[in-house]
Design a protein around this ligand. Structure first.
Ligand code: ZN
Ligand code: ZN
Length: 814
């Protein structure tokens, strides 16, 4: 083979990228038929450092969908941007010692280069970074709209603090008591912070999950995070202090088994109740220790159940019993009312606490062998009227009695807390508020937006916002009364920036509003959203909340942002997650350098079902590269570019087989793409077609070969767009992206014949087209007569003949 005859991905890819760039092929205007408008979106990247394999997979996936939808008749919006503010970019800057403004610009440039090199079909006219003032002006504007509508507020609260990142974190950013970003154990601090009122939307966020086509596991994660539970509020009265203490319980049916009462260390009455008792000092010490610990840690099931008695009792409203009050750190202020009735016979943690503190355990639900027993059963040890009643019925009866006596009512509780959005960090969107000693927190007037992030030299985290040091910026005048005032120095959680970017793409150049309603309603909601499952309860929940809030404020007419969601799996190496610390990171760049972008793109989609984790293999890359080379060579051999891309009339023999195979591949790839994102099996169908082209090339007409090879190019285009374009152009003279997606001829799919796989000792020696009506004996006979089979069975003894009807014959010889 001469050099000109070798598959050279680099020149092919550069050539097509230039065409797309010059002709702005992937740009769409807002002046399109709304019925054809479709929106395909991958989660935008954090530009910190270089793109990694996960990025390649995410964007190759989205690009395949975008191409498929375009050629299926949609006008597709497929934009790109950068989630450029926030900890990833800032930590990268700190590590490299480069100002985040510069390091972010470098990273953005690197992502731009890679996206172009990968040939991702992006509408570049809509690109932006969330760190650009023309974008965050509107992040600030939306924050003020939320403030105006009572959806943003400032409050003193116990908040999660990451000592390493030196900032507060939202509950969603704490996993098992540790910072989601750096893994440091989170501590609790009392701070005055800005919150967004996501809890107002808890029920809608739950119910509307039924309206979106999302993976069930993501819906379950959101449901669990929101954590709606139905139960009752029950009021316990303390005679000594005259106070009522309501608790929330999901098990009012166990109320007769309550033998003690527990308050969270943060409960405002704990210190008051302990005052003057023998335990006062002990209680104080206990409370101080507990409130510095994170909720996740305190709630851990393996933790010893510690606590101190407060020296008082409350009255159980159903039986008048006096039960002792404890303070214990396994009770959290954030859940319910910050106090619980403890029923050790029917609750694991209460049971452990009772054992550790020698408190009585009274079983009130029968049926369980061992305590604690949390199952259903008849009531026991309650009252003669209730005993024997099924506990579920008793639930209703007990709550009704409490309600009649004014001692309780049905109630719903949520795990979800309001979204804490203040960050004590530099690289973020400034919160557009001015603090005046007389007027309080005053919104920056709309015409003064954006509040531009000042360019400070010392941007490192220091426990308070580095912006506090920018005196010229901080000191200002109150927009309301004109006296000296100070700017808010905290910046916003970067998840605020990414909670509305998908709306901005609809109308990115608008400078009088974040978007126009028409533009948003033309494209939104996103038809297909693609990203990592790690965003299930962060970005995906926040974006849904903000969309609902914007709807209620009157900025948009829909209230769910992402109609369909696909979450891709990770690419692992030797079974482990790739990470810099493990030193097992594979950069896409070296593979694109060696094999071209098409091979790298195809491989990350071929590696396995795209929603599953898959392990990287260099041999797998080689295999995909070989397949693309073979397709190229086929096209190169057939190249004379004067045949129409139409199916030739089926002739006989090889033509029929190959044309059937081509239509089978069209059908298979179409179904894999439309229905279930089975890109791996779609790619293998094209591989099969290419193999058949080689296998049948001596038995087929030139026309049938051209049809099959150009069909392979057309079908591989969404995964390997450069080679797909090249093959189709060479064989048909057409631009593949301007062609409609091919349709399988149903007649060619219906088979009165099928391909019989013929094996000798389990090895495939021949494939034959045989009539569907053939008997098993006919199939064996046909297989035995095939030339390639004869060569392996002649002169040998047949041990067994295995027939799988409609598929294969295996002749076992020795
Ligand atoms: Zn951290
Ligand atoms: Zn003022």
């Amino acid at each position: 083979m001469t050099d000109e005859q070798r598959y050279d991905p680099h020149s092919i890819e550069a050539r097509w990228q230039k065409v797309w760039e010059q002709e702005q092929t992937w740009e769409v205007s807002n002046d399109v038929d709304p019925a054809s408008a479709a929106y395909v979106l991958e989660m935008l990247p954090y530009p910190s450092g270089e793109p990694h394999m996960g990025h390649l997979k995410n964007y190759a996936l989205g690009d395949a969908v975008a191409h498929f939808m375009r050629r299926s008749g949609s006008t597709v919006l497929h934009p790109m941007g950068y989630d450029a503010f926030g900890l990833p970019a800032e930590n990268h800057a700190i590590k490299t010692g480069v100002h985040p403004r510069e390091s972010t610009a470098e990273s953005v440039a690197s992502f731009q280069r890679q996206f172009r090199r990968w040939g991702i079909s992006i509408d570049w006219s809509r690109e932006f970074g969330t760190h650009e003032p023309s974008y965050y002006r509107w992040t600030q504007w939306l924050f003020l709209k939320m403030l105006e509508h009572g959806l943003a507020y400032r409050q003193q609260a116990a908040v999660n603090w990451c000592p390493t990142d030196a900032t507060v974190l939202a509950n969603e950013q704490v996993t098992d008591g540790r910072c989601e970003r750096c893994g440091t154990e989170v501590v609790v601090r009392q701070l005055e912070q800005w919150f967004l009122r996501i809890t107002d939307y808890a029920d809608r966020l739950l119910e509307d999950l039924n309206r979106v086509e999302w993976p069930e596991n993501v819906k379950t994660m959101q449901r669990n995070w929101i954590g709606r539970s139905e139960g009752a509020e029950v009021i316990f009265h303390c005679e000594a202090t005259g106070s009522d203490y309501p608790v929330f319980t999901t098990r009012p049916d166990t109320l007769y088994g309550a033998t003690f009462f527990v308050m969270a260390p943060e409960h405002p009455d704990v210190l008051r109740l302990a005052a003057g008792s023998d335990h006062e000092d002990e209680v104080k010490a206990y409370v101080n220790r507990a409130i510095a610990e994170s909720n996740d840690l305190r709630g851990g099931s393996d933790r010893p159940k510690t606590g101190v008695a407060l020296g008082h009792t409350v009255t159980n409203p159903v039986n008048g019993e006096q039960i002792p009050i404890y303070v214990a750190d396994y009770v959290l202020m954030e859940y319910g009312t910050g106090a619980i009735m403890a029923v050790p016979a029917h609750d694991e943690r209460d049971f452990e606490f009772a054992k550790a503190h020698s408190l009585p355990v009274r079983q009130v639900i029968g049926g369980g062998e061992d305590l604690p027993w949390s199952g259903d059963g008849p009531l026991v040890n309650c009252t003669p009227e209730l005993d024997g009643t099924n506990n579920r019925e008793a639930f209703t009866a007990i709550v009704a009695t409490l309600e009649a006596e004014g001692r309780g009512k049905l109630s719903v509780n949520y795990r979800l807390r309001d979204w804490l959005v203040s960050r004590q960090r530099y690289w973020g969107c400034p919160i557009p508020i001015i603090h005046c000693k007389d007027c309080g927190a005053v919104p920056v007037p709309e015409e003064q937006l954006p509040v531009v992030l000042p360019d400070v030299d010392d941007y490192k985290p220091k426990g308070h916002s580095p912006l506090a040091g920018a005196q010229d910026w901080v000191n200002t005048t109150c927009p309301s009364c004109g006296q000296e005032a100070r700017r808010e120095t905290d910046t916003m959680d970067t998840f605020v920036d990414s909670s509305w970017y998908f709306l901005r793409y609809c109308d990115p150049l608008n400078d009088s509003a974040p978007w126009s309603r028409e533009a948003a309603e033309l494209w939104m909601p996103v038809d297909q959203y693609i990203g990592g499952v790690e965003h299930a309860i962060l970005h995906l929940l926040y974006a849904r909340f903000c969309t609902k809030a914007f709807h209620d404020i009157g900025l948009i007419g829909f209230d769910e942002p992402f109609a369909r969601l696909f979450t891709q799996g990770m690419i692992t190496r030797d079974g482990a997650k790739m990470s810099k610390s493990k030193g097992n990171v594979i950069s896409p760049t070296s593979y694109v350098d060696n094999y071209g972008a098409d091979t790298a793109r195809c491989y990350v989609l071929f590696i396995g079902p795209p929603d599953q984790d898959a392990d990287w293999s260099d041999e797998g890359v080689e295999g995909v590269h070989r397949f693309l080379s073979r397709l190229w060579r086929l096209a190169n051999d057939l190249d004379s570019a004067d045949t129409e891309l139409v199916a030739p009339e089926p002739a006989d023999g090889g033509d029929v087989q190959l044309l059937r195979k081509a239509h089978w591949a069209i059908d298979k790839v179409s179904r894999d793409m439309a229905g279930r994102f089975a890109f791996n099996t779609a790619i293998s169908a094209v591989m099969e077609l290419v193999n058949d082209c080689y296998r049948l090339r001596d038995q087929c007409s030139d026309q049938a070969m051209r049809f099959a090879a150009s069909t392979a190019g057309s079908l591989v285009f969404p995964f390997a767009p450069h080679l797909g374009s090249e093959v189709v152009e060479r064989l048909t003279g057409k631009r593949v992206w301007e062609l409609p997606w091919p349709e399988a001829d149903p007649q060619m799919l219906e088979s009165d014949s099928f391909e019989l796989v013929c094996q000798v000792n389990g090895k495939i020696r021949e494939r034959l087209m045989v009539p569907s009506s053939a008997s098993e004996a006919d199939l064996i006979e046909a297989a035995r007569q095939a030339p390639n089979m004869l060569a392996h069975i002649e002169g040998r003894e047949t041990v067994k003949e295995v027939v799988v009807p409609g598929r294969l014959v295996n002749i076992v010889v020795r």
